[in-house]
Design a protein around this ligand. Structure first.
Ligand code: NAD
Length: 484
């Protein structure tokens, strides 16, 4: 198949990068060239921001119902294209088509914000002689930078609320997985979004990502990605116009398995959590703590499940474990496996059968370490691959302390039948989300999604997300005639 050639989507037109530059995207399974992708320049970011600025006055003046019409059409287009979109992620970053839920997720978000974008402030009669009020108003131009592990999820959960409340956006997709964003861009004009409302760029972080982060006309930026890049964006924001930043960052999620838990269920859920999407999930429980009295049985069930994973070509429906996203990820994860082997823990199941010499697939088998030191790098750093550490504990206080001894705080989970313990431990875990007798990615649409500590700032969800994309203004309306 000839490689796909992508362009940038600016002001409702597809255009090549101003420099004419492209970069190559290779399948992580076959090694074949999949696409030649436009590399957005600093100038392209400027052009996209200018288009968004020009679109803002008339777009923000529409009612939520008027703005909602193209959003709802987009939901339909995305949902109707599920197989094609699943295939695009599979060939670019190796995500198995069998695990593709993203179009359903995207449609819920475009539909919801197409109906519900009534940003509201407060009114107050608490100051005698005044009618006071606060307004929520769009920022103008919002920057959006997304990662590669579920690109359509991040595209929709950010773009839909941002434009629904009246902003115009400049989005940059990930250089590892730009194809679903490029595909969705093909429907923006057709759905009825006016020129400049949604601009979709592709390219590398240090060029167009950095230009978005430091752009003086972008007033808010929503970012999902690594904690390292989050820091760089925070600095760029501080050094430019102090734009409002919302971060969804990395994780090192703990799972706490108490001795009264349903062990089979706990093993099933936690195995899925860490090995789903080949371990490339921010919320995954990469650290598992099992009470010592039941550890042997838990490990046995967990290992069996991991060894039953069906690895291979992510475009095939029967596969549930694809390759790592690209060579950089593959090498980074393998380095961590080497670090793990040298850190004093035990390797219980690994990628021992070497891939055939002719195989170009960047597959890494599920890898389990037992009893790694708490201070080791594999316990402290986000690996973002199919690598888990299973350690043991004796007391509740001990496991809470171990679980919280991390700079991350995205998703923790615990398994117990003791309701009071479940609530007590949930309260003490330093984490933005806690699963009780369920593990990541279990969640819900309408509660805040996001992390404590280095895992992020701000929260996203159907109910929360509009807040990021609106500024607040208090108006003190002196009105002596209304009385005290
Ligand atoms: P990344 O930080 O390397 O890249 C994310 C995006 O940032 C990409 O589009 C990239 O091009 C861009 N970028 C890179 N350098 C930049 C810079 N200097 N300025 C501006 N933009 C820049 O992350 P990734 O490898 O794409 O994704 C994996 C990471 O994302 C993991 O740490 C994972 O935990 C995290 N993640 C978090 C969530 C969450 O909701 N909390 C969800 C998914 C992924």
């Amino acid at each position: 198949m000839a490689p796909i050639e992508t362009q940038l989507f600016i002001n409702n037109e597809f255009v090549p990068a101003s420099t004419g530059e492209t970069f190559d995207l290779f399948s992580p399974h076959t090694g074949d060239l999949v696409a030649k992708v436009a590399e957005a320049s600093v100038q392209d970011v400027d052009t996209a921001v200018s288009a968004a600025l020009a679109a803002f006055p008339s777009w923000s003046a529409l009612s939520p119902i008027q703005r909602g019409k193209p959003l709802k059409k987009m939901a339909e287009k995305i949902l109707a294209s599920t197989p094609e979109l699943a295939e695009l992620d599979a060939i670019s970053m190796g995500r198995p088509v069998s695990s593709f839920f993203d179009t359903n997720y995207a449609a819920v978000h475009f539909n919801y914000f197409g109906e519900a974008a009534y940003a509201q402030g407060h009114t107050s009669l608490n100051t005698p002689g005044f009618l006071n009020m606060s307004l929520r108003q769009p920022f103008g131009v919002v920057g959006i930078i997304i990662p590669w592990n579920a690109p359509l999820v991040f595209f929709s959960k950010k773009v839909a609320p941002a434009v629904a409340v009246g902003n115009c956006v400049v989005l940059k997709s990930s250089e590892k997985a730009p194809l679903t964003s490029w595909k969705v861009a093909q429907w923006i004009k057709e759905c009825g979004f006016p020129p400049g409302v949604i601009n979709v760029l592709s390219g590398h972080g240090h060029i167009s990502g950095a230009a978005i982060s430091s752009h003086m006309s972008i007033r808010a930026l929503s970012f999902t990605g690594s904690t390292r890049t989050g820091r760089a964006i925070q600095i760029a924001s501080a050094n430019s116009n102090l734009k409002k930043v919302v971060f969804e960052l990395g994780g090192k999620g703990p799972a706490l398995i108490f001795d009264d838990a349903d062990l089979e269920q706990a093993a099933k859920d936690t195995e899925n959590s860490i090995f789903w999407n080949s371990g490339q999930t921010c919320m995954a429980n990469s650290r598992i703590y099992v009470q010592d009295t039941v550890a042997e049985r838990f490990v046995e069930v967990f290992k069996k499940l991991a060894s039953e994973r069906k690895m291979g070509d992510p475009t095939k429906g029967e596969i549930n474990h694809g390759p790592q996203a690209d060579k950089v990820q593959f090498e980074a994860v393998n380095k961590y496996i080497d670090v793990g082997k040298g850190c004093g823990g035990t390797l219980a199941l690994s990628d021992s059968p070497s891939p055939a010499a002719e195989s170009k697939s960047l597959l890494i088998h599920p890898t389990i370490f037992l009893n790694a030191p708490e201070t080791s790098r594999i316990m402290k750093e986000e690996i973002f691959g199919p690598v888990v550490v299973i350690n043991t504990f004796t007391t509740e206080a001990e496991v809470i302390s171990k679980a919280n001894d991390t700079e991350f705080g995205l998703y923790a989970c615990l398994y117990t039948k003791d309701l009071e313990r479940a609530l007590r431990v949930s309260k003490k875990l330093e984490s933005g989300m806690v699963g009780v007798n369920c593990a990541a990615p279990t969640g819900c649409w309408d509660l805040p999604f996001g992390g404590w500590k280095g895992s992020g700032t701000g929260r996203e969800s159907l109910l929360e997300s509009m807040e990021h994309f609106t500024e607040v203004k208090s108006i003190y309306f002196k009105c002596p005639g209304i009385g005290g």
